[in-house]
Design a protein around this ligand. Structure first.
Ligand code: SF4
Length: 420
């Protein structure tokens, strides 16, 4: 089977699957680049179900890029709270300011312009370029790697430079086929390559081409091309990008692909060779660094101390409690008297331990955080030990954005917390 023929089979069956399996979502069919960008940033590393209410909230609070640009940073971070990967929120805000104040509120309309925005990578730039402006740039993410590696049987590891190149080229070739005004009109039989066809993706004669002669030379009629499944020469790259994203997310899923009902199964290499569980291939295993955080919650009358995380580390610009990081889990009360920072902070003050939490875990992409919360009672003369500490009334705590592990701790119902 000719390679191009196989590509066409894939593209047309993907379209057929998409038509039969619509997945209505609020950003589908959206043409406003600001809202597309917002949805794409929210959905990075996030499940659709989790991201959906955040998209609705952001859209309602900031209906335009200028509204977002003008919002206070703490407000944006608070609205983002619980979604994780907080650098996305910081970049979102910085980019909104850049567009509103440096680009007069006009969203860039070329792939290169979109790609140059802070926080926008190849995938997001391709999605915005295609969905907002019909530009044929293929999205390539985990879903696309999985679908293409399985269908075409590609064993090049996806986390290598070579793998990225192979998949990007294949994805781009497929999206360009999606926009061609032909699909399966017998071109393979004529020995004709798609690139040879004298039509532009919009179905117009290529400049300077002797369209009639070329087609006649292969024994084809123009009508043959226009009788194909894309007879109106529609621009289909946005639908193609949407289709492959939906297909990967709901049909060709990581653990349980629905192969028996897949329209591609008769030509899918992974299905035919029983390799769906092996593809895609990754060369490295993800290693997570384990970090142990000890949060000291100083209760001074009706106040506690919180601080903004300004250092270059995880959770930048979120809030937390005074923190002591240790090399191992501290589950012995002697930590409070033996650790040097604890000694410096507690000094000669009157204090008592109210309770210590069991270790609370939060998994990040490259780190596992194990947090222990030490709740202390201190006297009314207890003063902040670092400039960054802010005394905060307990009932105002919820106005600040905290990392998930702290937020969960604060809101845990099973711990009889007097504090919150
Ligand atoms: S046959 Fe199975 S593995 Fe192949 S594309 Fe379809 S769902 Fe994916």
């Amino acid at each position: 089977m000719a390679a191009k023929d196989n590509h066409l089979f894939f593209v047309e069956n993907l379209f057929a699957w998409h038509e039969a399996n619509p997945r209505p979502l609020p950003w589908k069919g959206e043409r406003n680049p600001y809202l597309i960008w917002l949805s794409e940033i929210i959905l990075q590393q996030t499940r659709v179900e989790q991201g959906l209410p955040y998209f609705e909230r952001f859209k309602a609070a900031y209906p335009s890029v200028t509204h977002l640009a003008d919002a206070p940073e703490d407000e944006v971070m608070k609205l983002w709270e619980g979604l994780g990967y907080y650098s996305r929120a910081r970049n979102l805000h910085a980019t909104a300011k850049h567009i509103a104040y440096n680009l007069n509120g006009s969203f860039p309309s070329t792939y290169e312009g979109i790609r140059s925005l802070k926080g926008v990578g190849d995938y997001t730039a391709a999605a915005i370029a295609s969905f907002a402006y019909d530009l044929p740039h293929a999205v390539v993410d985990g879903n696309v790697y999985r679908v293409l590696s399985r269908y075409f049987g590609i064993e090049t590891p996806i986390d290598t430079t070579e793998g990225k190149r192979v998949f990007a080229r294949l994805a781009q070739a497929l999206i360009e086929i999606a926009d061609l005004p032909i699909a399966d009109c017998g071109i393979a039989d004529c020995g004709l390559e798609i690139a040879d066809l004298p039509l532009t993706p919009k179905g117009e004669p290529k400049q300077g081409s002797a369209e009639q002669n070329l087609i006649a030379g292969f024994g084809l009629q123009i009508a043959d091309l226009h009788d194909a499944p894309n007879p109106k020469s529609e621009i289909r790259n946005p639908q193609y990008n949407q289709a492959i994203m939906d297909f990967g997310a709901t049909h060709c899923t990581p653990a349980a692909p629905k192969c028996p009902s897949c329209p591609m199964r008769e030509r899918c290499v992974a299905f035919l060779d029983k390799k769906t569980g092996l593809l895609p291939i990754k060369s490295k295993k993800l290693e997570r660094r384990q970090r142990f955080f000890n949060y000291l919650i100083f209760n001074r009358l009706n106040e506690v101390f919180i601080k903004k995380r300004s250092e270059k580390d995880i959770w930048q610009n979120l809030y937390d409690f005074p923190l002591i990081e240790t090399d191992s889990l501290q589950d012995d009360h002697r930590f409070l008297t033996k650790n040097k920072t604890c000694q410096a902070w507690l000094g000669e003050s009157d204090w008592s331990l109210r309770r210590v939490s069991p270790p609370q875990r939060q998994e990040l992409t490259h780190q596992r955080i194990v947090a222990t919360f030490w709740e202390l009672e201190v006297g009314k003369d207890f003063l902040p030990k670092e400039e960054t500490w802010m005394a905060m009334e307990r009932e105002k705590i919820s106005n600040f954005a905290f990392p998930k592990v702290i937020d969960l701790y604060i809101n845990q119902k099973f711990l009889p917390l007097e504090l919150f």
